[in-house]
Each structure stands twice: as structure tokens, then as C-alpha cells.
Write a protein that binds this ligand. Structure first.
Ligand SMILES: [Zn+2]
Length: 191
């Protein structure tokens, strides 16, 4: 369970320059445009009314959190357990929890909607264009090069619907969320 301490690459959401940051960095100045950018996760635990939320990490809305924004751009993914009112562009997996309320459009490489979630909006999944907003190469695990390329993902097959195009599957493989193989979809079955 060694926590990653190696630097990882991020992509500036202003100028799209890619560069490396330390594993624990929360924010930094982009070497390309000089602007301050958020590279850590944005955690929303209460009402957060803003115009725009952008991060190279993830946006996580807790159970009692509520984010009201025009736009959310999260390169690492979005997880909503509370309420989200925003149009979302995510470079990583989107997870909408069972008690979540989601109002807004969503462009993401993959989405998991738990049973019970309320969702309103136009979803484009996978959207090949958003895959590019995050770091293009899933090279986070580059500490040692002994990891096989993303071939043997047999365990992911059970719940995954609509196998995405080649480009998008890289991001899915790189995701850290253990829940993403658990696409509930419609379960109208009898069992
Ligand atoms: Zn920049």
C-alpha cells in the first residue's frame, strides 16, 4: 500500500501545457502561463456556490456537500455523493452515488450511476475530446516499467457496457476508482 510519492504529470487548464508536479502538491504555478492552478483534489463538504471549478485532480462532492457552478472541469474525475448543479467536463471517471442529485451536462470518458441517483442532463460518454484534457499518457505507474500494458483487464469486463474507442479505454484503465467496473445500468431483472 505504498502511497505514491513520485511526481505525476498534469495539464494546465489554461494553456494546456503538460508538466510534472509532486505527489502532494495542491496547487502550483504553471510553468507555461504562470497562472496558479489547482492540481489536488477539490473536496466539497458544504454549499459551494462558485462560477467555475477547475482542477487537474478530482472533484469530490460529499454527502452533505452541494456545488452550484456554471462549469466544472476536473481532469482526474468527479465523484458526487451530494448535489451537483453544473456542467461537467471530466478527464477521468465520473461516479454518481446512490443519494446524489446531478443537474447538468456531463462529458467524461466513463460514468457510473448508482441505483437511486437522480440525474438530469445531457451525457456524452465516452467523449473522445475530453480524454485529451487530462494527461494523455497513463504513465503514473512509471516508477518501474514492469507493469504490463493494459491487456489483461479480464476483471473489468463484467459490468462494462459499450466498450469505448481505443483512446478512451486508456483512461478507464488508468482510473483508480474500484467502483468503476460496477456499472449498474438498468437492473430490471428478476433474479
Ligand atoms: Zn498554463
Amino acid at each position: 500500500m505504498a502511497r505514491k510519492t513520485a511526481p505525476h504529470s498534469v495539464r494546465c487548464y489554461y494553456c494546456r501545457r503538460q508538466f510534472e508536479v509532486g505527489a502532494r502538491a495542491e496547487s502550483t504555478a504553471c510553468p507555461g502561463c504562470g497562472k496558479a492552478i489547482i492540481v489536488g483534489d477539490v473536496l466539497v463538504k458544504q454549499l459551494k456556490p462558485v462560477t467555475t471549478v477547475r482542477t487537474c485532480g478530482r472533484v469530490v462532492v460529499h454527502r452533505k456537500g452541494r456545488i452550484i457552478a456554471r462549469d466544472v472541469e476536473a481532469h482526474g474525475g468527479v465523484e458526487v455523493m451530494g448535489i451537483l448543479d453544473a456542467n461537467v467536463v471530466s478527464g477521468g471517471p465520473v461516479v454518481i452515488g446512490p443519494k446524489a442529485q446531478w443537474n447538468g451536462d456531463c462529458n467524461a470518458p466513463s460514468v457510473v450511476i448508482k441505483q437511486g441517483a437522480q440525474v438530469n442532463g445531457q451525457f456524452v460518454v465516452p467523449d473522445p475530446s475530453v480524454v485529451r484534457i487530462a494527461a494523455p499518457k497513463p504513465d503514473e505507474a512509471s516508477a518501474t516499467g514492469d507493469e504490463a500494458p493494459t491487456q489483461g483487464e479480464a476483471t473489468d469486463r463484467s459490468g462494462t457496457r459499450a466498450a469505448p474507442a481505443a483512446g478512451a479505454s486508456k483512461v478507464i484503465g488508468a482510473g483508480r476508482s474500484p467502483t468503476q467496473a460496477n456499472v449498474p445500468g438498468r437492473r430490471g431483472g428478476t433474479a
